[in-house]
Design a protein around this ligand. Structure first.
Ligand code: EPZ
Length: 421
């Protein structure tokens, strides 16, 4: 059954929100369970559809997993299958994150190609070419990546022509056991990638300079278990910051890391939104009589404005005084929310990878369709600010990446309900 969310807009959200564990760290961290037969205990794992999908895939492969609240205990003593079937991967492209650990530890893997998705081609050519450079034989046929390294992997210099988050994570995991030195050049430096390197190091990997564009990994014989806590979800934190801004509310975000979303918070300040940082958290507020100033932004790899916050920031800019331009530099088709926002009265035109937003005085509630995870939450934000009733359909997109969103928004005064259609 499909779920929708009905939103009665116009309420100014006030209160506080506690940030859950980061989806985009929990997924590679779970896949790291494949790297050792010892117990790896992950804490603060968010309860999300994507996390459940990854757990199901790992169980299918042969990892023993037990879950107690937000703690996952897992170990991979023996493997049942060395593959990630299409049926798993089509539901969640981050399943590709099992490729590196399987090839690295066991020397083989058969992983379905993720295929494209709503926001773009989402190639995995860099993952494949990098594994080949480390000595794996890789072929792609019948929709599957077949990788084989019977003698194990050897070190080498991997130069990423474009920054790739899961590409960096996959090859870092694979290189843990590679003979010799591996250097990842033009590596991703997102907080989740740094935290993932911390996890691997805690498991006994020899990794240095994570968080810089050149990461060095010295191969080791084996990895061991450990206990590790997932960092807060910066995209969730940024989303609630924008929720406060768009409704003219006042929300204190607990548990978010300022440095992880400093680009967004500075753009909010440029839009005349109040952002205060204290030991209580990040407080974002706007007096409803203070207009939102139009700001021109571009998405970029960290520490630039996260592409995962682009749709949410666009929702805010639809109500700006003046105009705003938003350029999406990471994905080629991440404007699926534009037409839906226009159905709510927004004035947005798209010119290649740039959207031009001319601010309007108000949005009106409408029936809208979610197309991907971040587009869906941008429609919820718009609905919270719009006059009248908004119904966001295909809510399964939302549940992939936001833990307890309904409760967190309701606690701040939002009037929303889920409906089964
Ligand atoms: C990760 O996706 C995140 N997902 C995405 O979050 C995020 O939007 C993205 O990084 C960028 O920050 C997870 O971490 C699970 P990329 P990923 O490889 O790794 C191209 C969300 O909403 N590319 O950094 O798949 C690619 O097409 C999700 O939480 C290749 O061409 O993104 C894109 O244009 C959405 N070939 C660019 O690089 C490759 O082999 C960056 O992609 C790899 C990537």
């Amino acid at each position: 059954m499909l779920q929708s969310m009905r939103i009665w807009g116009g309420e100014r959200l006030k209160g506080e929100v506690s940030i859950s564990g980061a989806k985009n760290l929990a997924l590679p961290a779970l896949a790291a369970g494949l790297l050792t037969e010892d117990d790896v205990i992950l804490k603060n794992v968010p309860n999300l559809a994507d996390v459940q999908s990854m757990g199901n895939l790992l169980s299918h492969i042969g990892t023993d997993i037990s879950i107690a609240g937000s703690a996952y205990s897992m170990s991979t003593k023996d493997i049942r299958v060395f593959e990630a079937p299409y049926d798993f991967v089509r539901k969640m492209r981050a399943s590709i994150l099992v490729l590196g650990p399987l090839v690295g530890r066991f020397g083989k893997a058969r992983v379905s190609l993720p295929g494209g998705c709503a926001i773009g081609a989402r190639g995995v050519d860099l993952h494949i070419r990098s594994l080949e450079h480390l000595g794996a034989n890789v072929s792609v046929d019948n929709g599957y990546i077949n990788a084989d390294a019977p003698n194990g992997l050897h070190g080498g210099d991997i130069i990423f022509p474009t920054v790739t988050v899961t590409g960096t994570e996959n090859i870092m995991a694979a290189a843990c056991f590679a003979k010799g030195t591996t250097r990842l050049i033009n590596a991703a430096i997102e907080p989740e990638v740094v935290a993932f390197a911390d996890l691997l190091s805690k498991m006994g990997a020899n990794i240095s300079d994570s968080g810089t564009p050149i990461i060095t990994i010295e191969g080791v014989e084996r990895l061991h278990g450990c206990e590790f806590t997932i960092i807060p979800d910066r995209i969730e934190a940024g989303t609630y910051a924008i929720a406060a801004a768009i409704t003219g509310g006042d929300i204190t975000i607990r548990g978010g890391e300022y440095d992880h979303i400093s680009a967004l918070l500075n753009f909010l300040r440029m839009a005349d939104i109040s952002v205060e940082v204290s030991q209580d958290g990040i407080r974002v507020s706007r007096d409803k009589d203070v207009p939102i100033k139009g700001v021109d932004v571009q998405t970029a790899p960290y520490p630039g404005l996260a592409t995962d916050l682009q749709a949410q920031f666009m929702a805010l800019m639809t109500l700006c005084q003046g105009s705003s331009s938003i350029t999406e530099n990471i994905f080629e088709n991440r404007f699926m929310h534009v037409q839906e926002l226009c159905r709510m009265g927004a004035n947005i035109t798209v010119h290649g990878k740039t959207a031009i937003i001319t601010g309007v005085s108000k949005l009106t509630g409408a029936n809208v369709m979610a197309t991907d995870l971040r587009a869906s939450v941008s429609l919820v934000l718009a609905g919270l600010a719009a006059g009248g009733e908004t119904v966001v359909n295909r809510l399964y997109h939302l549940d992939r990446g936001y833990e307890n969103l309904d409760q967190k928004l309701t606690n701040c005064g939002a009037i929303i309900e889920r409906i089964i259609i």
